[in-house]
Design a protein around this ligand. Structure first.
Ligand SMILES: [Zn+2]
Length: 443
């Protein structure tokens, strides 16, 4: 929700909520807390007194970017380029046997890691016939994809997984601000955070499933990396990384949604309750919510915010509900994550350093699926970076969608079709030198 309230009132409520959370943690909850980002941010703020001010500035940029975007009529645009994010998974374990995989083994298998990357793509792309699909009218395919990096920072071939036997520690405590365990993890393994999404998978203490780091507004200075850069990524307990495989045995958190949630924070999303009683998450299509729904099943829950009773969006990935309840990113959450990729310099660089789609000597245009129902993918392949124009026309020659893409590599573009009537259309792509057209059937 996106609301304004008396500031003092909010501060007091925030303190009370924080106190409650602290007390709950001190009493050792019956099951782990889903997410430790609030405490993680406190650690980062204690290291950098300007951090909250920087986050506020980034938020202004995000909001302003979203306003500019929404001034254009979305139905007249062709569609959005799919962002692809290279991921490196650092497995930090204390298992001296060298044995990989299995229940209770923090040296998790490649298959367990692959299952997590699959879940990320199912959830962020709202893929049909997977747990990440929903028919919610405000549900979004975010157009963001993830893949295990195929080259390391030196350019050598890699499978995007690094393994580190670290016998000095059987577990890590990111919760404790003074311990600095996030910096320790970064010392054990780190790839530049402006080229990769770093995911550290290890054993966590203090009953948190995972932690994340919000994006930053400052420019990247490769020569003098700040602590903030070195710890930029996601930290997940090995027992909740992946879906129903290997070390993932929790009945409540077994479908890999801990990482879906934490990567949401890494892309700038805030919890649905705005980390406050009826707080602000800067998304209008997530209803106002009193607090987290940390449950073991998926019961309907309601909030009373500003005198209005609303249903809590327990299916939202940014809630605390069990993995089985979740299947939703909203349209506004999608807009926010995509804005973060455009306005946060480090996130922008990660996307730009993703492996480009194949380059072709001649302009090549693929449309799939075709025939298509609610959306289709347009693949535009050529050499190097070029500007190109996409026009979708009906058989009478009327332009129904048009959009210009500037200085892009070979790209994949998602075209929503729900505003189009059934029938044949022509998708025409023109670069400065070439034009190619494909026929598309919408049914
Ligand atoms: Zn969270």
């Amino acid at each position: 929700m996106n609301g304004r309230k008396n500031k003092h009132f909010r501060v007091i409520l925030g303190l009370l909520l924080g106190l409650n959370t602290l007390m709950a943690a001190a009493q050792t909850p019956a099951f782990p807390q889903r997410c430790g980002i609030v405490f993680r941010e406190q650690t980062l703020e204690s290291r950098d007194p300007r951090r909250s001010e920087k986050r506020r500035l980034l938020n202004e940029k995000i909001e302003s970017y979203i306003r500019t975007q929404s001034e254009q009529a979305p139905s007249a645009r062709v569609g959005e380029v799919v962002y692809r994010i290279p991921v490196v998974v650092h497995v930090v374990h204390s298992n001296s046997s060298g044995f990989i995989g299995g229940t209770g083994n923090s040296n998790i298998s490649d298959e367990q890691i692959a299952s997590q990357i699959r879940v990320l793509n199912e959830d962020y792309r709202r893929m049909a016939n997977t747990r990440g699909f929903n028919t919610n009218p405000i549900g979004a395919d975010t157009g963001i994809e993830f893949y295990l990096a195929r080259t390391d920072p030196d350019g050598s071939t890699s499978n995007g997984i690094t393994r580190h036997y670290y016998p000095q520690r059987s577990s890590f405590d990111v919760y404790n601000a003074s311990s600095g365990d996030d910096l320790l993890l970064s010392q054990i393994a780190y790839w530049p955070s402006d080229r990769y999404l770093n995911i550290w998978v290890t054993t966590l203490r203090n009953d948190y499933l995972g932690y994340s780091q919000f994006p930053a507004a400052e420019n990247y200075d490769g020569l003098n990396p700040t602590e903030n850069e070195l710890t930029d990524g996601v930290i997940i307990d090995y027992r909740y990384f992946g879906s129903e495989i290997g070390a993932v045995t929790s009945p409540t958190y077994r479908y890999g949604r801990t990482t879906t949630h934490e990567v949401g924070h890494w892309l700038g999303l805030i919890h649905t309750w705005g980390d406050d009683v009826c707080g602000n998450d800067y998304c209008n299509d997530t209803p106002p919510t009193e607090g987290p729904n940390q449950t073991t099943e998926c019961p309907e829950k309601f909030s009373n915010c500003n005198g209005v009773r609303t249903r809590n969006q327990i299916e939202n990935y940014l809630d605390y509900t069990p993995d089985a309840c979740m299947n939703l990113f909203t349209q506004d959450q999608k807009a926010r994550m995509r804005a973060v990729i455009e306005v946060s310099p480090r996130r922008q660089r990660v996307v730009k350093s993703s492996e480009p789609l194949p380059q072709t000597e001649k302009l090549t245009v693929n449309v799939f699926p075709n025939p298509a129902q609610s959306q289709t993918t347009l693949e535009v392949l050529f050499t190097g970076f070029q500007s190109f124009l996409v026009q979708v026309t009906d058989l009478a020659g009327r332009i129904v969608k048009t959009q210009r893409y500037t200085d892009s590599p070979s790209s994949s573009i998602t075209i929503p079709l729900s505003t189009l009537q059934n029938g044949y259309y022509i998708v025409k792509v023109s670069t400065d030198k070439e034009t190619t057209a494909r026929r598309l059937l919408v049914y």
